[in-house]
Design a protein around this ligand. Structure first.
Ligand code: NAD
Length: 372
């Protein structure tokens, strides 16, 4: 990793002063300050998803991108002028602790590879900034517990990037379930997977990914089973299928898992890194049903229930997530299911999924109160 000084030196060489004059930079910050109720965000780990979030923030009413944290100096000349980020709001992983003294940044959004989430959340909490961490929250439940404790101790808010909790079809499904419109929930069938490309990417390396399809996108099927039932599972069984032992030498390829809930509802779920067109949430109650398909990717999300098409608005998931979370942080609006604790609940089940796979599909019991 390079130092911040190296970054800024690189910046001068790379784009010159004209691309982001100090006047332009301070004008951007001045605009931010003028708006009282805006959440000022720094993105950490400027890869594919950070790019998507940064673009989505441009359409936010209550959020502004004011900083970046990167280990790749070469990205700075692109990001600074694109988002009007001044030199003083550019950090490396090594200088991240200095963000503590920066009043232009309220929250850091962590979009680094999965296995770095733990250390990065602890660092952001230590710097006294609110934090949103991408899914999966951590490598395991123990790390998630420690992350929650660190944020509590530091007095900062801690969220996980479960964008669907602000997605209108998903919210309507949850509203209908809470209103009893599906009756007693009997069964959930959720799938989420895709065929992964580049065999050299970090997602296929256990040390950076923590696990494979289950960690990356199986978490959507799992989280969806929890919000479709409104319950925490009592038991888990799981099976792994590996058809390519070279590409998937370090991580899981295809996982199927089953959950049993206190009410008697069951969920049958699947995830894969080895085929496409595998995405659906299907909820069956004794009075009705709901189907979302696509349910978990960026959409456009579509849904139908026993009453017909859901006809909910099509939104940019990241824009509504960021504006929604800003509302929670700035105005105390109730959180819709994106706290660190929600991430922990999923990590407890993921631990149990892997444990069941290790024990050839044996039933793993979670504690009686649910999973926490
Ligand atoms: P990516 O590979 O495109 O970006 C990762 C970034 O982390 C890169 O900028 C890379 O330079 C940086 N990085 C820092 N240290 C690194 C290291 N040691 N090795 C590799 N890269 C390192 O990945 P991505 O698709 O942006 O995913 C990032 C995170 O966001 C993951 O946790 C992923 O699960 C999550 N994600 C969430 C969604 C969602 O819809 N919520 C979608 C995509 C990704």
């Amino acid at each position: 990793m390079s130092s911040r000084r190296d970054f800024l030196q690189q910046l001068t060489i790379g784009i010159g002063v004209a691309a982001l004059s100090p006047a332009a930079a301070s004008a951007t910050i001045a605009n931010v300050k003028k708006s009282e109720k805006q959440l000022r965000v720094a993105l950490m780990g400027l890869g594919g998803y950070a790019n998507m979030v940064a673009k989505a923030i441009k359409d936010c009413k209550r959020v502004v991108l004011t900083g970046i944290v990167t280990g790749t100096p070469g990205k700075i000349p692109e990001w600074q002028p694109a988002y009007g980020i001044p030199d003083k709001n550019v950090y490396s992983y090594d200088t991240l602790y200095q963000i503590a003294d920066n009043p232009d940044i309220d929250l850091v959004y962590i979009t680094t590879p999965n296995s770095l989430h733990y250390q990065h959340v602890l660092q952001v909490a230590a710097a006294g900034k609110h934090v949103i961490c991408e899914k999966p929250l951590a490598d395991n439940a123990q790390q998630a517990r420690e992350m929650i404790a660190a944020c509590k101790k530091a007095g900062v808010k801690f969220y996980v990037g479960y964008r669907l909790h602000f997605e209108p079809h998903t919210r309507e499904l949850i509203r209908m379930r809470k209103a009893g419109e599906f009756g007693r929930i009997m069964c959930v069938n959720n799938y989420m997977g895709f065929k992964i490309g580049d065999p050299t990417q970090w997602r296929l390396k256990k040390a950076l990914a923590g696990g494979g399809a289950m960690m990356d996108v199986g978490v959507y099927a799992l989280n969806g089973a929890r919000y479709a039932t409104g319950e925490e599972p009592l038991w888990v069984t799981a099976q792994e299928t590996k058809t390519d032992t070279v590409k998937f030498a370090e991580v899981d390829e295809t996982v199927t898992f089953q959950l049993g809930f206190p009410s008697g509802a069951i969920a049958s779920c699947g995830t894969t890194y080895n085929f496409n067109n595998y995405e659906r949430l299907y909820l069956i109650g004794d009075k009705g049903f709901a189907e979302l398909s696509p349910a978990f990717s960026y959409g456009p999300t579509r849904g139908r229930t026993h009453l017909g098409a859901m006809n909910q608005p099509i939104v940019n998931h990241q824009t509504v997530q960021m504006d929604g979370l800003a509302d929670c942080i700035l105005n105390g609006t109730p959180d819709p299911g994106m706290t660190g604790e929600e991430g922990l609940k999923d990590m407890l089940v993921i631990d149990a999924v892997y444990e069941s796979i290790r024990r050839n599909g044996e039933k793993i019991y979670l504690n009686k109160k649910g999973t926490v």
